[in-house]
Structure formats: C-alpha cells, structure tokens
Design a protein around this ligand. Sequence first.
Ligand code: PEP
Length: 249
Amino acid sequence: MNNPVFAANWKMNHGVADAQAFMRQFLAHYARAYDRSVMFFPSALTLHAVHAAVRERPDIKLGAQNIHWEDVGAFTGENSAAIARGAGARYTLVGHSERRHVFGETDEQAGKKVAAAFRGGLTPMLCVGEKLDERERGDTVAVVVRQLRAGMAHIEKAQVASCLVAYEPVWAIGTGKTATPADAASVHAAIRAELNALGGDRADSVPILYGGSVNRGNARALLDAPEVGGLLVGGASLDADGWAAICTT
Ligand code: PEP
C-alpha cells in the first residue's frame, strides 16, 4: 500500500511530562518521511503539550481519541471537535471499540460524531470491528458493514472519501491475538466494497487501517496484506523507540 498511515492510540497513558519525554526520544529516531503518515491520539489533556512538542515537525499529525456529537453545550467532561482542534487535533477516532464496548457508545452516536468531526474541522477515523462471538457466528462482515453504514449515515456521500477507517477486531485489541494478514485482507476488501457503495469510486482513496495487537514482529506482514493502508496501534505505540521502529517498518 502506498503512503501507509501509522497511528498511535495512547488511550489513558502518557501524561504531559511522559508525553514530552516520549516526543523528544521519538523525534530523535524518526526522521521526516514523505512516503508515510504518522499520527498520535494522546489523551485530551495531553494533546496541547504534544502539539507544542511537534511544532517543528508538521509531518506528525495529531488527533483526539473521542469527541462529543454536539458542537457546544452542557456536557460535563466532554470535548467538542472544535475544542480538540483548538488543542492541535486535526483528526479524531470515532467509535473505538473501548468507546463502544466499555462506555456503551452506539452505532447511532458514532454516526453523529463523524458528522460533528467534519463540522468542527476534524477528519474522522471511524473504527469498526466484530466481537469474538460475532466472529464465531460468521457475522464479521455484517457487523462491520452495519457499523460503516451507521457511521456514515449523517454525512454527504462526497465526505465518505475524506474519512479514514480502522478495522479493529475487538477480540484482537490488547489481547496479543492478531488477525492473520489473510483474514485482515478479506475483511478490508469487504470494507472497501461498502465504502465504494456509500461514497462511490472516490472512496477508493480512503485508508483502511488494521488494529489489534500490532507489534514490531507482525507489522510488516499486516501492512503487506491487500487493502491494509496502515496500522492503528495501542500498546506497542507507548514506547518511543519501539514505535519509531514500527513507523519505519
Ligand atoms: C487500539 O487501542 O486501537 C489497539 C489496537 O490496541 P492494541 O494495539 O494494544 O491492541
């Protein structure tokens, strides 16, 4: 895949001091490259400090891990797309499996967040993926297609091409279990077909990232699988040298 995207989801890790130290070390090991994109999704409270740390490196992109679906209002503890953008984000995850399965976020809410992201000047990375029981029932494609349709339900057809999508089987996230490159390729092909149905031929350019226990050992094989346009990485993105190695895979 040309120009792969390497995206680090830090989840609830790395406060300001840790993030600054991480960035000093990472930037020393990761030279600017024009054939790939690297992005970080730090905690909302760390985003601004990370933004300052990469000021001299416009090749490094930043995103929020989550946004609210409304633009403003009485939503204690939440952040809008515009607030995230003001702190340095240009992207946002939407519908990460932990949002869906730990915090009960629905398909409908994910769809409203995708629309809110565009209104607030962020590019959404819509995360989709099946749980183990859904996989065992043979429902993987049905689940990701349902999540894609709901996720894109409140945007214009032309906006589909401006999204990113991450396929993250829930059973693979943080478990050490990874989809085989062949399994990932087959689900990514189904995602591509649905993106084309939703957004037309222009959706061919939407990067579809794979996520779920990616590490230095399996990154290359997953990236080489057809339709895998990048990697969304949690645990293995927390160490600066290790992450730099994955980003230069
Ligand atoms: C994630 O949180 O998006 C993820 C893929 O986590 P991990 O790499 O730790 O499985």
